[in-house]
Design a protein around this ligand. Structure first.
Ligand SMILES: *Cc1c(COP(=O)(O)O)cnc(C)c1O
Length: 355
């Protein structure tokens, strides 16, 4: 019988925390990192020496395979402090599972779920003073894995690093977003890597996103790779529409990232008595529903913003303005945010306290 045991994590602390220098009311997004990181290495077929140590530069061989062949995957999640004062994680086992699904697709080893969760918990517990207390703020956690074997040649690497870093993120105004429906570039095709949170997917999205911004939009609305008509998702968010009182979202067809927020929002909408339908949706259908006054709400879901309302969609040279009021989306967002702050009952056992 396989023994399930808590991995022993060696902890080396910084002499002096930098947290006192942080202005919690003014946190530069994505640029501030906590004192420590969790690190472990995969060698000879197993994960070794899991440890938490001061965050510092990592020596990298110029032939490290991730730099050349792109075996690099990541996760994104958040820790909050609830009313009890205890740090909380939201569905971390889902991130552990998805990291391993991404790893499978990219020919990388799996990280044992208990190592992922235990590393995360110990890091968050050590960095608890870095969790911004304001509602809507959180400690963003970035688990990631990459091939660090020095080798020139096309095959799966034999050595990898799995690291978790943490970055406080302030309460940012969730302003409504304007999307550009992309008909030239594509993000993913079934059979490709769209379902994996693989670094290369984002590299390929940078140019189209910059071009959308130049045209006055915030993010790209990705359409399917073959016909450029089925809606897939947005930058780092899944997408939902409310039509005739029901919610619809593109079904995950192998090219769409299976968002954990997407899954949570589907559950909350059903709790609130709404029907949620997963099916292929074309951009033309949405435009028609909008013209007929049947499109009631539209929003994106993802860990970074939880729910972002969609104001407009640019498509083939015109801009389609969407309905202004988003009462149900707003309500679901409030419920989701309240669960994460222990202000509403966690009826689905999503919250994992970091004891
Ligand atoms: C991470 C991500 C999402 C959202 O996933 P969550 O688990 O809800 O944060 C959606 N689409 C893409 C492409 C992503 O990378």
């Amino acid at each position: 019988m396989q023994q399930l045991m808590t991995p022993h994590i060696k902890v080396t602390k910084v002499a002096q925390s930098k947290v006192d220098a942080l202005d919690f009311d003014n946190i530069p997004l994505g640029k501030t990192f906590t004192d420590h990181m969790f690190v472990c290495e995969y060698e000879n077929g197993e994960w070794t020496s899991p440890r938490i140590e001061p965050l510092e530069l990592i020596p990298t061989h110029p032939a490290a395979m991730a730099l050349h062949y792109g075996q690099a995957i990541f996760e994104g999640m958040k820790a909050t402090v609830g009313t009890s004062g205890v740090p909380l994680l939201f569905r971390p086992e889902q991130n552990a599972r998805r990291l391993n699904e991404s790893a499978d697709r990219m020919g990388m080893p799996n990280v044992p779920e208990e190592l992922f969760i235990e590393g995360l918990k110990q890091l968050v517990n050590l960095e608890r003073n870095w969790i911004p207390p304001q509602e809507g703020s959180a400690l963003y956690l970035r688990p990631f894995m990459y091939a660090d074997e020095p080798f020139i040649g096309m095959r799966a690497a034999t050595s990898y690093k799995f690291i978790i870093i943490a970055s406080p993120s302030g309460p940012f105004f969730t302003k409504k977003i304007r999307l550009y429906a992309e008909t030239q570039y594509i993000r993913a095709a079934a059979g490709g890597t769209g379902e994996a949170k693989a670094a290369g997917n984002y590299a390929a999205a940078i140019l189209p996103t910059e071009e959308a911004k130049q045209k006055g939009y915030d993010q790209v609305l990705w359409l399917d790779a073959i016909e450029h008509k089925y809606i897939q998702e947005v930058g780092t968010m899944n997408i939902f529409f409310k039509v005739d009182g029901k919610f619809i979202t593109p079904e995950t067809d192998g090219a769409i990232l299976k968002g954990i927020t997407r899954d949570s929002v589907m559950t909350l909408l059903k709790d609130k008595g709404f029907e949620v339908i997963e099916k292929p949706i074309t951009i033309d259908e949405i435009i028609t529903y909008n013209e007929e006054g049947r499109l009631e709400e539209a929003f994106g879901t993802g860990t970074a913003v939880s729910i972002a309302m969609i104001e407009a969609i640019g498509y083939l040279g015109r801009t389609i303005e969407l309905p202004e009021a988003n009462p149900v989306s707003q309500d679901v967002k409030s419920t989701l945010d309240a669960i994460k702050m222990e202000k509403e009952e966690d009826t689905h056992d999503w919250i994992v306290p970091v004891a």
